[in-house]
Ligand binder design. Structure first.
Ligand SMILES: *Cc1c(COP(=O)(O)O)cnc(C)c1O
Length: 416
């Protein structure tokens, strides 16, 4: 078996990227098998140089670094525009790096959740990430609605583990006069389901609702075409598949069709003001055209530097090649898990490649936090969720077929 696995790795066109990353080390000084890229991605080796450059220029130049740094800080976020646009399938005017994810969701809902007495409901996927649930519920409450009434969740059918697109569409149709906003996780954090964003977006618009998507588990994981799909807004964090470090700066997308829209309400700050006149400190706000108008503050340069280092790798590897490998790697992991004694592991991620990204979510018979701790002693880092769920994400940039094989071998010891 090991020969087969080694051959798969040898044939992997992205194998050289593994060497671009720093792996946590076991007490024996070996790389951990790291399967938590959906939670906190590994550090690219080049990140340190990108961040150090800005530390050096700060030391060397002080405030003049805004203009004279090797990468001037004043326009630094613009270095990210093109790579971010490529990453999510957007036009440059539609993307910006700012704030963190939940903050951006709120800022975007200020603009895109404008309920009326008649049309006030928000649709999210069942088992949405808690922060998203809190965000939509508090938005509803803020506008005077009871979340129990205002929030609609879409769950899988009884006995099924993933939501059918047709059921989602039907729920939208049934509530078509009451839904103001549909906001889902592009890839659900718990079961790893990749939603049909294009279809759901189209249907949302057809019933007169805005459509937004949280790409926390989708950005850097699956190819996206936010502009062509006509998504109204999106936000994502950069510390999961995007490998930009704990608490990394978030990304935001607002469709170009709103870039000239003066009717759209927005919370505003000086960094969203027209660049030509920003430093004349005028007292009234003139928005930059496009998503940059949503910026409030001058951004954290070290964070932008880390994101820039990471996006350089995505440009070198390309999302097409990443997706291609991700499908093969995840299918291989599925295959290996299927060899385990029957009843020990149930996978509740969709099996069909088009309906998932790099993550498989496993229900383990007798699975406990201690089991995951033992796996760690055995050289494997995986993620545990109560009551008995292990999530594993073989990421295309730095995981190998051997990683998947080793994980299953170590897990096997716990089967009985
Ligand atoms: C990871 C994740 C978050 C985390 O939010 P932060 O504001 O970055 O802390 C929110 N929503 C989803 C769907 C996530 O997966």
């Amino acid at each position: 078996m090991m020969d087969v696995v080694k051959k798969l790795d040898a044939q992997d066109p992205l194998r050289k990227f593994r060497d671009e990353f720093l792996f946590p080390q076991t007490p024996q000084g070996e790389n951990y098998v790291y399967l938590c890229g959906n939670s906190l991605g590994l550090q690219p080796k080049r990140t340190q140089a990108f961040v150090t450059q800005e530390l050096t220029d700060w030391a060397r130049l002080g405030v003049e670094g805004h203009f004279e740094a090797k990468n001037p800080w004043l326009p630094y976020h613009e270095f990210l525009t093109q790579p971010l646009a490529r990453l999510v399938g957007a036009n440059p005017v539609e993307v910006v790096a700012m704030n963190s994810l939940t903050v951006n969701l709120h800022l975007l809902m200020v603009s895109f959740y404008r309920p009326t007495k008649q049309r006030y409901k928000i649709v999210i996927e069942g088992n949405a990430f808690p922060s998203d649930q809190y965000a939509v519920a508090s938005q509803a409450r803020f506008h005077g609605f009871d979340p129990k009434e205002a929030i609609l969740e879409v769950f899988p059918r009884a006995g099924e583990t993933t939501v059918r697109t047709e059921d989602f569409v039907e729920l939208l149709e049934k509530n078509k006069n009451e839904i103001a906003l549909v906001m889902i996780g592009g890839v659900n954090y718990l079961n790893g389901q990749l939603f049909d964003i294009e279809t759901l977006c189209k249907k949302s618009h057809q019933i007169g609702a805005f459509f937004g998507v949280d790409l926390a588990h989708a950005a850097g994981n699956v190819p996206l075409k936010l502009h062509d799909w006509d998504v109204d807004f999106a936000a994502w964090c950069s510390y999961k598949y995007l490998n930009s470090g704990p608490g990394a700066i978030s990304g935001a997308f607002v469709h170009e069709k709103f870039s000239q829209d003066k009717s759209i309400p927005r919370f505003e700050g000086w960094w969203g003001h027209d660049k030509q006149t920003r430093f004349t400190m005028p007292s009234s706000f003139v928005p930059i055209q496009g998503v940059e108008a949503w910026q409030l503050s001058n951004p954290p340069i070290f964070q932008l530097a880390a994101l820039r280092a990471s996006l350089e790798i995505f440009d070198e590897a390309t999302m097409t090649a990443i997706r291609d490998k991700s499908k093969k790697l995840t299918a291989f992991l599925w295959e290996q898990i299927s060899t385990l004694p029957s009843g020990f592991v149930t996978i509740f991620t969709p099996q069909e490649a088009e309906q998932r990204g790099s993550q498989l979510s496993l229900k383990i018979k007798g699975g406990t936090r201690e089991m995951v701790a033992t796996l760690r002693k055995d050289g494997v880092i995986a993620d545990f969720r109560e009551p008995n769920i292990i999530r594993v994400a073989p990421t295309a940039l730095y995981n190998s077929f051997e990683d998947c094989y080793t994980f299953v071998e170590r897990l096997k010891k716990h089967a009985h």
